[in-house]
Design a protein around this ligand. Structure first.
Ligand code: GAR
Length: 209
């Protein structure tokens, strides 16, 4: 059984999708054993509490730098025997030490079709503002392994979602969550826990069962 830590900063709807998938038995060979929040007031912590999952807060102000925070976080995750880290709307930029400690064992969900609308500064609603300003007719979500390049790691799953004429960043965000993120993330996490993902350069291969 793989131990999963989910890192969050906000509402935690992706965390909820993972909790619900686990309850339905859809995270095969995996269990969420920790939720770590960048903010003590994140609603995601309530979701963890309601599901009986231990919640922790890592505050940037307790550390001198992002690097110090990352090193402390990596130590905590190793102590807790975490096998897989899921970034589910986690808004701090973590430094390379976490990738060194967990190579191809950190999964991120991004609300666009990478390599579009990604990289530094592209997070949360900003991503959808950029997509609408560009005038794309489809956007979507990407679940990928985290590498040292921001949003640049090997892609595990992607799904396209239609952009509608009267979309606002909020309506587009919601449609992408419902149609893509909340489905792809639990599926990718289960594939990892089942040992079905292998990375070959940029390519992620998914083993059939
Ligand atoms: C999600 O849309 C996620 O894809 C995005 O933040 C939102 C978190 O929502 N992540 C990024 O933009 C990362 N670059 P949630 O807290 O309700 O899951």
């Amino acid at each position: 059984m793989k131990n999963i830590a989910v890192l969050v900063s906000g509402g935690g709807t992706n965390l909820q999708a993972l909790i619900d998938a686990e309850a339905r038995g859809e995270i095969k060979n995996g269990k969420i054993t920790a939720v770590i929040s960048s903010s003590p007031t994140a609603y995601a912590l309530e979701r963890a509490k309601n599901a009986g999952i231990p919640g922790y807060v890592v505050s940037r102000k307790d550390y001198a730098s992002n690097r110090d925070l990352t090193i402390a976080l990596a130590e905590q995750l190793k102590e807790q025997n975490i096998d897989l880290i899921v970034l589910a709307g986690f808004m701090y930029v973590l430094t390379d030490e976490l990738v060194d400690a967990y190579p191809n064992a950190i999964i991120n969900v991004h609300p666009a079709l990478i390599p579009s609308f990604c990289g530094e500064g592209f997070y949360g609603l900003h991503v959808h503002e950029h997509a609408l300003a560009y005038g794309v007719k489809v956007s979507g979500a990407t679940v990928h392994f985290v590498s040292k390049e921001c949003d640049g790691g090997p892609i595990i799953l992607q799904k396209a979602v239609e952009v509608k004429e009267d979309d606002t960043p909020e309506t587009l965000q919601r449609r992408i969550m419902e149609q893509a993120e909340w489905k792809l993330l639990p599926r990718a996490v289960s594939l990892f826990c089942e040992g079905r993902l292998s990375v070959d350069g940029r390519a992620v291969h998914i083993a059939e069962v």
